[in-house]
Design a protein around this ligand. Sequence first.
Ligand SMILES: NC(=O)c1ccc[n+]([C@@H]2O[C@H](COP(=O)([O-])OP(=O)(O)OC[C@H]3O[C@@H](n4cnc5c(N)ncnc54)[C@H](O)[C@@H]3O)[C@@H](O)[C@H]2O)c1
Length: 411
Amino acid sequence: MAINGEKMIKRPLRWAMVGGGRTGQVGYKHRIGALRDNTAYELVAGAFDIDAERCKDFGIGLGLDGSRCYPDYKTMFAEEAKREDGIEVVSIATPNGTHFEITKAALNAGIHVICEKPLFFTTDEAMEIKALAEEKGKIVGVTYGFAGHPLIYQARKMIQNGELGDIRVVMMDYTHGFFGEDVEKNNAAAKWRVDPKISGPSYVLGDISTHTFCISEMMLPHMKVEKLLCDRQSFVASRAPLEDNAHVLIHYDNGAVGTMWASGVNSGCHRSQGIRIVGSKASIEWRDSDPNKLLFEVQGEPNQVMFRGMPYLNEEGLEYERLGALHEEGLGESWANIYLQFAIAIDAKDRGDEEFLKDFLYPDINFGLEGVRWVEKCVESADKGGIWVDYETEYETEYKTSTSDLKQYVG
Ligand SMILES: NC(=O)c1ccc[n+]([C@@H]2O[C@H](COP(=O)([O-])OP(=O)(O)OC[C@H]3O[C@@H](n4cnc5c(N)ncnc54)[C@H](O)[C@@H]3O)[C@@H](O)[C@H]2O)c1
């Protein structure tokens, strides 16, 4: 099925943002995602900025009623609760160290949450929020931006179909060169990223590798990390203990092995993230710098490049198709897809349709939790001198077993 903006839920959700204001790097991506299908969300309120005046000015500039541009999130949740048409869902696009308290306050105010990654600092926090969301009957979605790209679903289905054979090797990387020097001296968004009080226990592992780890989980739902070894360093020494470069070795429970390279000091690199999955018969490879192509390489046959939107893709690879194969789709469409997924999940949750939600794949609290665990375990390994650490914890991991069929969704 192709997405064409037609409504999939009865009416747009009343949506607000915390953070993502005029100076925020990621805020516009949220608005692209939510407002691409204007049948899904209506932006009605915001506490967009740490600066109250700038928040109001910015909100009015976005077309909001100035009285619904709030000086802080606590005031917003309290004031919106008094209205019959108060907000139903809030997106959190503030620096990492604020995610936990804002998410908790939103859930306690009866509001669904869409939160930035890395979700929180610890798995204990993530488990607490998961339990609270369950208790309150709300969803927590996590904005791993490229997790909604159609070719992720294509690859996932091909792997499930056995087209690669048994999976043996997973190679992941997410790197850039913007932090090759101490850019944090003159850049506020860089500064908090290397401050453990605001960024959390890591820099590049949390800031970027969580994206690629989430994509690997989506493509490989049948494989769990069993143990890992991480080596991290701060090439700009003043960033220590937070790393600007890390390598991770992974052992999976099915005997496969993997690697992740996360770096902010990969000078000149603009290829951001990629994943190559090697099976006993064939390999696939995808990079977000060329997201409309999926390499499919079968041993002994000419290599294939599969293009997004082509009819030869599988049903899941075409499910979130928007523009048609002649035209490129990238980060904007992928954000629109995850935001549409969040809207559908919220609608299903509000109607108590747990049956639908059971098999509905989207970057939910479990992917957020696993991202936090990934960082926690990498840091534990690195800080113990780069030793193998077991990945199993007392917590259950939960993954959806299949993608949804949007055609069957009746909101
Ligand atoms: N998903 C992605 O692709 C992606 C990309 C970039 C950043 N991020 C994540 O998004 C979050 C924000 O990152 P950024 O780069 O946009 O940061 P930023 O520093 O550029 O912007 C932060 C924004 O939040 C506002 N803010 C800060 N504290 C606030 C508070 N208590 N209440 C209200 N507003 C507040 C600031 O005024 C600013 O508008 C981080 O968690 C980061 O990891 C995700």
